[in-house]
Ligand binder design. Structure first.
Ligand code: AMP
Ligand code: TRP
Length: 326
């Protein structure tokens, strides 16, 4: 059976880009594959975190994953720091990656240019991400467009390790959705949608209430030529709304434009589609949030399942590398 693995960081609230680009696919892939999903809390540590907030957002993200349809009975759902094999394997991957390779990662370049303090972890982040993936003999990794380069690196590292030490790791591939792979910021449609802390009006949180969603779409930046058609290069704002409307209603962006003539109507239609898409997710989330002990129990079961797989892979790597067995 195909093994699927993916991860998401517990920083800030989950936004529409996360959902359309990645999480919706996570849920869909549970039919017909063996799915393993992880809240990658260690990946959030590349920048300083507020301990109480980190704890709360890790739990809340796990509940959100269940709310969007990840079924802890069918999938292995766990928290990265509960399975210490991830950081152990990260060292092996750091020693497999070259300095130049890590330096070329666009996410590192972008973030390190903006940051005042650049941690060593920000630089080696992709080695930890590669470990997350290869520990589970992963075939497919559902992610948004922005993660393609990290998955390519993971492939290179797995292949290099296998060439040096013999067949050890499965070489994974990225699975990027046709629609919604790159949801843009509503205020700055040249940038991808990211955490609401960075762009409060440009980012739609999965927990925004209908009034807030409507307001954000009404204020979305468009252009002045008043023509509803899809052309991301010259009409980034309008095209982003069409992509979102299409992704929310199961159409292509061009199909979504049919019958809509005014920008105002496009904004209202998109807001309504998003509100309807999120309504059941929000209801389920609030139920789960009321019972944190049950979520913790489910996550402990998930960590046990994950550890069994990860340990076997890491033992195989140790053996092939020539680390003396204890
Ligand atoms: P992150 O929040 O950075 O941990 O990302 C979690 C998942 O959401 C990854 O698979 C990303 O590729 C995806 N993602 C993040 N931002 C966007 C976006 N604006 N559009 C589409 N997918 C996204
Ligand atoms: N780097 C990913 C992101 O920023 C999160 C992530 C960490 C991940 N480990 C992973 C995604 C493993 C897929 C597989 O979105």
């Amino acid at each position: 059976m195909t093994r699927v693995f993916s991860g998401i960081k517990p920083s800030g609230s989950v936004h529409l880009g996360n959902y359309l680009g990645a999480l919706r696919n996570w849920a869909a892939m549970q039919d017909g594959a063996d799915t393993v999903y992880c809240v990658v809390d260690l990946h959030a540590l590349t920048v300083p975190q507020d301990p109480a907030e980190l704890r709360a957002s890790t739990l809340s993200l796990a509940q959100m994953l269940i709310a969007i349809g990840i079924d802890p009975e069918r999938s292995t759902l766990f928290i990265q720091s509960h399975v210490s094999e991830h950081t152990e394997c990260a060292w092996l991957m750091e020693c497999t990656a070259s300095f130049g390779e890590l330096r070329r990662m666009t996410q590192f370049k972008d973030k390190s240019e903006k940051a005042k303090f650049v941690s060593g972890g920000l630089f080696t982040y992709p080695a930890l991400q590669a470990s997350d993936i290869i520990l589970y003999d992963t075939d497919q990794v559902p992610v948004g467009e922005d993660q393609r380069q990290h998955i390519e690196l993971t492939r290179d590292l797995a292949e290099r390790f296998n060439n040096r030490y013999g067949q050890t790791f499965v070489v994974p591939e990225a699975v990027v959705p046709a629609a919604g792979a790159r949801v843009m910021d509503l205020q700055n449609p040249e940038n991808k949608m990211s955490k609401s802390e960075d762009s409060p009006q440009g980012s739609v949180s999965l927990l925004d209430d209908p009034a807030a969603i409507e307001k954000k779409f009404k204020r979305a930046v468009t252009d002045s030529d008043n023509e509803v058609h899809y052309d991301p290069a010259t009409k980034p704002g309008v095209s982003n709304l069409l992509s979102i409307l299409g992704a929310a209603t199961g159409q292509s962006p061009t199909e979504a434009a049919t019958g809509i003539e005014r920008y105002g109507d496009l904004k209202v239609a998109t807001a309504q589609a998003v509100i309807e898409l999120l309504r059941p997710v929000q209801a389920r989330y609030h139920e789960l949030a009321a019972d944190p002990a049950e979520t913790s129990r489910l996550l402990a079961v998930g960590a046990d399942k994950a550890r069994t797989i990860a340990r076997a892979t890491l033992d195989r790597a140790h053996q092939n590398l020539g680390l003396l067995a204890p």
